[in-house]
Design a protein around this ligand. Structure first.
Ligand code: FEO
Length: 408
């Protein structure tokens, strides 16, 4: 009985994790590693907190010819080479494909050239320029330059290359394998969180998207249009789990994110407070929203990381801003947050405003002015003004605001 319980428990646990199997399918093997030591945060994507780490994915296609898809962060070179040698079973790789030159996918190109001197590097011409800068070496006799639409025949696996600028650097060339109907997507469809951690793809992929790709909506959208001609059964990203079931779910989220369309109706509340009175107003608002069945998330601007506030701001259709006044301006953190969402093409949302001041409460006017040039923003008509602390009048205004939010 105990043994059966252990087996059932193991099955449940394994199902809840995102671990990528070594043998993926039809000759494609996984070479990646999980990073729990925050090299990623420290060395590469500084602004994004990754409490659950991140995975660096790399793959190899074993066929008549052998091709490695993407290199590895140099911190994990030894583990990667160990995985590669296991996959090669004594053979030698013919190609190293570099889809994106950021060092988490390319940190050890020279190292692998030393190990396998006959290997050829397959990449875009812009990548080769970057490679020279990164490694002070011009790879002249090693390079195979690929362009949009080029194909590379490995035997059964025939690869097609798709130019994908700004996902997440300008040189990116992604890859479709027509034999397995697999898209190797590098940073696209990636997420934060190591693969041995149980988390929710949508949430960590949204944070990854807006942390790295969010300002490039037009480029992402152009890339998604190019994908329409391919039948995709599997996506193998550069970070995070393999995507196999319900591919349309991931693509439709990318379509929404790239067009800055809300995923769902709901509210993100961003507030600044000094002595706690604005927080009391927000507690009051959220109680009403709860009673009206409105979904919401809250961020105290002095405590939440801005990347989390940005990701939530693009999830929901309604943004509520509440700011105190400091001297003659809104709080510096609120000003910074508004500058950031503007730079991320914030649009297609409803915005509600709450201001609090002891002697100069005109934060609503300042916040509204800051968002005025954003596309397709409608301001909720029920404004809230708090003179230092809540009173009957401001409580009524909060009630009215909550009712207006719930109308949708
Ligand atoms: Fe995963 Fe842009 O590097």
């Amino acid at each position: 009985m105990k043994l059966i319980s252990i087996i059932i428990y193991s099955i449940i646990i394994n199902q809840s994790l995102n671990i990528i199997p070594f043998n993926i399918n039809d000759g494609i093997k996984y070479l990646g590693v999980d990073d729990h030591y925050e090299h990623y945060q420290a060395a590469i994507e500084g602004p994004n907190p990754v409490p659950n780490g991140v995975s660096y994915n790399s793959y190899v296609i074993i066929d008549d010819k052998i091709l490695i898809v993407d290199g590895m962060h140099e911190f994990y070179q030894n583990q990667w080479i160990k995985n590669l040698e296991k996959a090669l079973e004594g053979r030698k790789p013919d190609y190293l494909l570099i889809q994106h030159m950021e060092p988490d996918h390319s940190g050890n190109i020279k190292y692998i050239l030393n190990l396998y001197p006959d290997i050829k590097i397959v990449s875009s011409s812009i990548s080769f320029n970057m490679m020279k800068n990164f490694f002070d070496y011009d790879f002249e006799d090693k390079k195979i330059i690929i362009n949009e639409g080029d194909e590379l025949n490995l035997g059964k696996h025939i690869l097609y290359f798709i130019k994908a600028p700004m996902i997440h650097w300008p040189e990116v060339m992604l890859t479709y394998d027509s034999y397995t109907k697999t898209l190797f997507s590098c940073d696209a469809f990636s997420k934060f969180g190591a693969n041995d951690v149980d988390d929710v793809w949508d949430d960590e992929a949204r944070r990854f998207y807006f942390g790295l790709l969010g300002i490039y909506g037009n480029f992402i959208n152009a890339f998604l249009q190019k994908l329409e001609k391919y039948e995709i059964r599997t996506i193998l990203p550069g970070h995070g789990q393999i995507l196999t079931n319900n591919i349309n779910h991931y693509i439709s989220l990318y379509q929404k994110w790239s067009k800055y369309i809300p995923e769902e109706n709901g509210v993100v509340i961003i507030y600044s407070t000094i002595y706690g009175h604005t927080k009391i107003a927000i507690d009051n608002l959220t109680e009403k929203l709860k009673s009206l069945g409105v979904k919401y998330s809250i961020h105290d601007i002095s405590k939440s990381h801005w990347t989390r506030m940005i990701a939530d701001s693009f999830k929901y259709n309604t943004l509520i801003l509440a700011s105190v006044m400091i001297d003659d301006d809104i709080s510096p953190a609120m000003r910074e947050y508004l500058e950031i969402i503007k730079s991320f093409n914030f649009q297609n949302r409803r915005v509600g405003l709450i201001e609090n001041g002891s002697w100069n409460p005109y934060a609503n006017r300042i916040m509204k002015d800051m968002l005025n040039n954003c596309k397709n923003i409608s301001f909720l008509k029920n404004l809230v003004r708090i003179d230092a602390s809540l009173d009957e009048k401001s409580i009524t205004q909060i009630n009215n605001l909550a009712m207006e939010i719930a109308e949708n």
